[in-house]
Design a protein around this ligand. Structure first.
Ligand SMILES: C[S@@+](CC[C@H](N)C(=O)[O-])C[C@H]1O[C@@H](n2cnc3c(N)ncnc32)[C@H](O)[C@@H]1O
Length: 406
């Protein structure tokens, strides 16, 4: 059996070292250090935009440096999370919150007696054993009783983020791979372990929530292909990591968090949300892709050439994958096109993106991005390697940069 002591030490130390950046585990989060470096090179009065917010790394780095930023994401869970992660918290209110958490724990016995709501996660027994799951459901009911369901209230969000952390720490989720996978077995937790771990996590999260953020970060629900959600706002520096053309589904990665917080209720919704996400191909998004055809947009020659090669590969999914790659870059091109309306003269953009490979055909994301940016009138377009991605020798992450002088 897993030692709670070891486990809670890990949780606390991890969060203490990482501060707010460590609140939620997500496989494809990008490097805090890299973002800090990009933020540091920006004049303090500049406004930063993050059009693919994810776990809010850019917004938080900007706020820690005293800068103003706006972030967008298509996923409502991440917008909720970003707003809480970058909020300013009052110390006395945090103390009041800790007292309310004690009440949640003290009230737990009454919820252990009844049947509680459980999320409709497919094959839920792969995530938690039949003993641990009802304990988590009871704790969830006790949190709802005290704080209500997740809302915009930043203090109750801290309780919910702590619950998210607990539920993922006690699950069999494994983060050692490119996408979230499962450990070989589920661990059985007793009620006292759940209580201790929850208390420890709350302590770590509320500790880092006390850190003073001097900047201001706003998070908004929106589609970065059109950027309508930004209204007339304009920016000086875009720092982001968009999805990569690698079939990674953020909805799939985030599903435990989203089901437990009720941002996702049915399987059907997951596919619909993934279809709106750039590069999403989970569930019904795959069948929708079969009927997708691009408008008459001038896309880079190199993209059309690699799509042709993928199409001709000997594989039953070759046609679908060729369309997938085509749509991914079509969507990113639409994004770069819309972005021009929201950039101030002299604005800089930095995109961290990975290349990928389909049936041995290398998809040079950085080069295709560069061609798109050139054709849309961006200047000083360049890219540099940021890091090698995994054992496959040709996979790298790049920083693609450009300026806008329009
Ligand atoms: C690589 S992740 C971002 C990682 C992020 N920089 C971080 O710190 O975690 C890409 C994000 O883009 C979002 N996304 C995908 N399609 C989008 C769209 N059309 N509009 C806005 N956001 C989108 C996904 O929901 C996902 O959170």
């Amino acid at each position: 059996m897993l030692s709670v002591k070891q486990r809670s030490d890990y949780t606390f130390r991890f969060n203490k070292e990482m501060g707010r950046h460590g609140w939620l585990r997500l496989t494809p989060a990008y490097s805090v250090k890299l973002v800090q470096e990009l933020v540091e090179e920006t004049p303090r009065r500049a406004r930063i935009l993050e059009p693919f917010s994810g776990t809010a790394t850019t917004g938080l780095c900007a706020s820690e440096s005293g800068m103003a930023s706006d972030s967008l994401d298509i996923n409502p869970f991440l917008v909720w999370f970003g707003n809480a992660k970058c909020a300013q918290f009052e110390e006395n209110e945090i103390e009041a919150l800790e007292a309310r958490i004690d009440r949640v724990i003290n009230n737990l016995p009454q919820f252990l007696e009844i049947e509680n709501w459980a999320p409709k996660i497919h094959n839920i027994e792969r995530w938690w054993c039949g003993h641990t799951l009802p304990l988590l459901c009871a704790l969830r009911s006790s949190i709802v009783d005290e704080f209500g369901e997740p809302s915009e209230n930043k203090y109750s969000s801290l309780a919910w983020i702590s619950f998210c952390r607990l539920m993922i720490e006690t699950s069999s989720a494994d983060f050692n791979h490119v996408s979230m996978s499962f450990k070989d077995k589920v661990t059985r937790y007793e009620i006292n372990q759940i209580k201790l771990l929850f208390k420890d996590i709350v302590e770590a999260i509320t500790f880092s929530a006390k850190s003073n953020l001097t900047g201001k970060a706003g998070f908004f629900l929106g589609d970065s292909r059109t950027l309508d959600a930004l209204g007339d706002n304009t920016y000086d520096h875009v720092i982001t990591s968009p999805p990569y053309p690698n079939r990674m589904s953020y909805i799939r990665e985030l599903r435990p968090y989203m089901y437990w917080t009720k941002f996702l209720n049915e399987k059907q919704e997951a596919g619909e949300l993934d279809w709106r996400a750039i590069g999403g191909t989970w569930g019904t998004a795959t069948s929708k892709l079969k009927d997708w055809a691009p408008d008459n947009v001038n896309l880079p020659e190199s993209l059309l050439a690699v799509c042709e090669k993928i199409l001709n590969a000997e594989n039953k999914n070759a046609e679908l994958m060729a369309r997938y790659v085509h749509k991914y870059f079509y969507d990113m091109h639409s994004h770069f096109s819309s972005l021009r309306n929201h950039l101030n003269h002299g604005a800089k953009i930095d995109y961290i993106v990975g290349n990928s490979s389909f049936y041995g055909n290398l998809v040079d994301s950085e080069q295709i991005f560069e061609s798109s940016l050139h054709s849309l009138g961006y200047k000083n377009v360049s890219s540099r390697i940021v890091r090698k991605r995994n054992s496959k020798k040709e996979l790298y992450e790049f920083c693609v940069s450009a300026t806008w002088n329009g």
